[in-house]
Write a protein that binds this ligand. Sequence first.
Ligand SMILES: Nc1ncnc2c1ncn2[C@@H]1O[C@H](COP(=O)(O)OP(=O)(O)OP(=O)(O)O)[C@@H](O)[C@H]1O
Length: 280
Amino acid sequence: MGNNVLRLEHCTMQFGGVVAVDNFSMEVNEHEIVALIGPNGAGKTTAFNFVTGVYEPTNGKVFFHDELMVANHPAGKMKKLYKGDPDQICEKIVRKTPDQITKLGIARTFQNIRLFKALTVFENVLIAKHMHAKSGLLKTAMHLNYREEIQMRKEAMELLEMQNLAAYRNDIASSLPYGQQRHLEIARALATNPTLLLLDEPAAGMNPQETDELAAFIKKTKEDFNLTVFLIEHHMDLVMGISDRIYVLDFGKMIAHGLPADIQNNDRVIQAYLGVEENA
Ligand SMILES: Nc1ncnc2c1ncn2[C@@H]1O[C@H](COP(=O)(O)OP(=O)(O)OP(=O)(O)O)[C@@H](O)[C@H]1O
């Protein structure tokens, strides 16, 4: 596939004997919105975590724009414990830190909002800009590169304007309504100039109206910033409304992938997840 932005090949993540993600292969193509869904504990956040360098997968490869970004194979105690497919053991080891992965162009938000709660809205975005600065965090934090600092402040303000957060710029982040905090998290992720944006349950805790607004916001943000989006979400209206394609995990294994209409009518998915929600 020539236009892969993200590609996972035979990724397994095992915590001791627990196989959180089991031999998972998938891809996200340029300018797509792709969703990863599945019941609680299916392995979705774990997949995000090894894509963003929080965990090393026990086995498998992750490619970003067709370049090998992460690769690992079971070693040490895990050689014995490994429950994944023995025919798909990866030979290479490639490790990148979350910071290096951010610099490559992947940004993410978290299931539990992780803002700098005591700082202002503006400072939250500016700090993300500093982390991406050419001069390095220390120099920029100490305002040693004046011209770059001015430019970053300008861009941080533009981001807040585009995300309708400019009016809150001097407010303390934790004082924002919950929905606005989620928008601020997205603005902060965008401050690192990503080409791929990972959203982990962006609509968590939102009411139906906020969720609808968020769906429109994600689509617009994708266009405005020329992004590819990979998201985890439990709100099925949002997922079905904005996703180009959907992958479904259940107990770490991929049980389906396809277009929203196909996923909605897939018996295994209904049984594993959608059915549970309908009956809830
Ligand atoms: N650091 C860890 N150590 C041990 N087990 C873990 C760890 N992280 C996740 N797990 C386990 O891996 C499995 C998958 O968890 P994960 O959080 O990825 O699921 P999820 O699909 O994101 O669930 P949810 O929708 O509830 O957020 C679960 O059984 C979980 O308990």
